[in-house]
Design a protein around this ligand. Structure first.
Ligand code: AHG
Ligand code: MN
Ligand code: MN
Length: 345
């Protein structure tokens, strides 16, 4: 079953100032049976996002501040930012009583909730810092997250709770640390975007009910891998570039941070592709931390996502760090991928 989407009629206009906290409450109030646990997870994630944004903004200063004898000389300054972001999320999320386990792209095994804290009925999966190799050159990076309901018996979260197909997600989102910091999330009632106002430290609703144009302007793919692509993938990319006369040419835009490439295409229309290739037959991107959360968002915005043969959200994961080929974005352009790659398994 695809996640259902009911377009919202919230009690505010385009110019109303609405904080993310207020918006989450308004969404929750539409479900009298809601316990508030999911809302609590989203609040805590928004806090973690602000803390990571603060670190990312200071990234280039680490050495200077260290040399000047500031507080972080020995400790944090030497840590990589993706490790710092990982710790920030774990520390922001482990004590709320709403999660029973977490899993991070940065950690081999699942992350247990410390014994002193209450266990909840959800698990959280995340990529703490996406595109982290771009940090050194001041290019946007992001955080991606996915929330699933616990399905295993007992109180502790297990790997089985993580290995659910993406259509079971109850919430998903990403944060982009760009020229401004934005958080986009969905709980299955549309995809909504919030921009951080740094002067007051609040995420304010800036992009309610995002809709991706059905046909894309931008193609995001690393075509340095062309030599390793299969023939159907090559033909598909020729189609997007307008070289076979079947579609007008798309413009190519590739940042190399999935979040940044995805965000542009979500707002402007486009397709991001990380195909399988003969050197990496499952592609590169991780199903649970990267592909599924953004697939949930894109579907809520009217777009689509596939691995070429199967809707991303229907893939049944078999391991935590599983990878999947990925074609995500405007609906009509994903349909072209599905048609041209149907037999490319
Ligand atoms: P991460 O930094 O979390 O490991 O992810 C990097 C990913 C993704 O952000 C990006 O789209 C992709 O790697 C780029 O890979 P290529 O350099 O192979 O194009
Ligand atoms: Mn990533
Ligand atoms: Mn990462």
């Amino acid at each position: 079953m695809p996640p259902t989407r009911t377009s919202g009629t919230f009690a505010h206009t385009d110019t109303s100032v609405v904080t993310i906290d207020r918006f989450i409450i308004e969404q929750e109030e539409r479900y009298p049976e809601a316990t508030g646990e999911l809302s609590g997870i989203l609040y805590d994630l928004a806090l973690a996002a602000k803390m990571i944004a603060n670190k990312v903004r200071r990234a280039g200063l680490a050495d200077i501040l260290g040399a000047a004898g500031s507080d972080n000389v020995q400790g944090e300054a030497q840590q990589k930012l993706d490790v710092i972001a990982n710790e920030i999320i774990v520390k922001a999320m482990d004590h709320g009583g709403r999660l029973c386990a977490m899993a991070s792209e940065e950690e081999e095994e699942i992350i247990a909730i410390p014994p002193q804290f209450r266990r909840g009925k959800y698990v959280l999966l995340f990529d703490p810092l996406d595109g982290s190799s771009n940090i050194d050159v001041n290019v946007p990076v992001g955080t991606i997250f996915s929330v699933l309901r616990k399905v295993s018996p007992g109180t502790e979260g297990t790997v089985d709770d993580m290995l659910q197909p993406g259509h079971q997600q109850v919430a998903a989102g990403y944060v982009i640390y760009g020229s401004s910091t934005m958080l986009v999330y969905t709980t299955g009632q549309g995809a909504h975007g919030f921009t951080l106002d740094p002067s007051i430290g609040e995420f304010l609703l800036s992009h309610p009910d995002i809709r991706i144009p059905p046909k894309g302007r931008y193609l995001s793919v690393n075509d340095a891998y062309e030599q390793h692509w299969t023939e159907p993938v090559r033909a598909l990319m020729r189609r997007y570039r307008g070289l076979d006369g079947q579609r007008e040419a798309m413009n190519v835009r590739y940042v190399g941070s999935l979040v940044a490439d995805f965000h542009r295409n979500l707002l402007g229309g486009g397709l991001f592709a990380y195909p399988a290739n003969t050197k990496s037959p499952t592609g590169k991107l991780r199903l649970l931390y990267e592909c599924n959360p953004l697939a949930f968002i894109v579907e809520q915005a009217g777009g689509a996502s596939t691995n070429g043969q199967q809707r991303t959200l229907d893939i049944v994961p078999t391991k935590l760090h599983e990878r999947a080929p990925y074609f995500i974005g405007s609906k009509d352009d994903v349909a072209i991928a599905t048609a041209m790659l149907a037999t490319d398994a």
